[in-house]
Write a protein that binds this ligand. Structure first.
Ligand SMILES: C[S@@+](CC[C@H](N)C(=O)[O-])C[C@H]1O[C@@H](n2cnc3c(N)ncnc32)[C@H](O)[C@@H]1O
Length: 269
């Protein structure tokens, strides 16, 4: 999704209801939090009041992303913070599959299906290995993603037309442009791959601006298996931010994990 213009991405992809409250709860009292795939900081900046940094945690909140445009938006928000809050935040350009920040965190979070931006098991395992190296003893990885079980199990790719455009929203950009946003998706079930294309149109005659998000979804048992392979054990799993069941009807995969043999300290999930 590196070509997705940030000013079009941010007003459309506004998260899942309840996710910010959930991450505030998960990070309450933590000394330090690393968010992987922080984008424009939608979740990260909401954690400013949740963390309780110790004197050695100078920058308690670190956000890492590989999208220059989204990071630039995050930097604008960072620059607008009062100095005492700005001092708590650091934004890093990097790849969640290969990063080395030289410090450890109480929480590593991967909100809003960012893990599904990694398109192979190898990439997910590389990311989890990095997470492991960046967690403090007693620390916890927490992530959420959409649950694909229902359509993966019940639909056939031919049920979805590759070229059918569906209206998914209307957005106004910061500079005042109004767009209708339509989406079409290509789904390759065997690969669990979805290419979502968003078409932003300013009027009926407008051919529009297209932006894509390639993604590979994981089912709960696959996610758990990859976590185990990377040396994590699942601490808690639910099908939503309010502790819903993890059955095929679930809308989300909400998972927290600790390094094998460890227990999460001060964790409210
Ligand atoms: C679905 S968005 C979620 C953004 C943000 N966490 C939120 O909740 O609004 C996925 C984010 O992951 C980032 N991303 C995708 N692949 C990445 C990678 N390999 N390394 C770092 N960031 C990545 C994208 O640039 C994007 O900002």
């Amino acid at each position: 999704m590196s070509d997705y213009p940030a000013e079009l991405y941010a007003p459309l992809h506004t998260g899942t209801p309840g996710d910010v409250d959930f991450y505030q709860r998960v990070c309450a009292g933590a000394g330090s939090v690393l968010e992987l795939g922080c984008g424009h900081g939608r979740v990260l900046f909401e954690l400013l009041t949740a963390v309780h940094p110790s004197p050695e945690d100078q920058q308690a909140l670190v956000g890492l992303d590989c999208h220059d445009g989204l990071l630039a938006l995050a930097r604008e928000r960072h620059a607008a913070l009062p100095p005492e809050q700005a001092a708590l935040v650091s934004l890093v350009a990097g790849d969640m599959r290969s990063f080395s920040l030289g410090r450890r965190f109480d929480r590593v979070i991967i909100p809003h299906s960012s893990l599904f931006c990694l398109l192979s098991d190898e990439d997910v395992l590389a990311c989890l290995a990095c997470v492991r190296r960046h967690l403090r003893p007693g620390g916890m990885l927490v992530l959420d993603a959409y649950c694909a079980a229902a359509f993966h199990n019940e639909c056939e790719p031919e049920d979805l037309s590759d070229d059918e455009l569906v209206l998914v929203g209307r957005v106004t950009t910061e500079d005042g442009r109004d767009f209708s946003v339509l989406e079409r998706s290509v789904w390759r079930r065997e690969e669990q791959f979805i290419l979502s294309t968003y078409v932003y149109r300013q009027g009926p005659e407008d051919s529009g601006i297209e932006a894509c998000i390639p993604q590979r979804y994981l089912l709960m048992h696959q996610l758990e298996s990859l976590l185990n392979s990377a040396g994590f054990v699942v601490h808690a799993a639910s099908g939503g931010f309010a502790g819903e069941a993890t059955d095929d009807e679930a809308e989300q995969l909400v998972v927290s994990a600790v390094i094998g043999g460890g227990t999460a300290e001060n964790a409210s999930v």
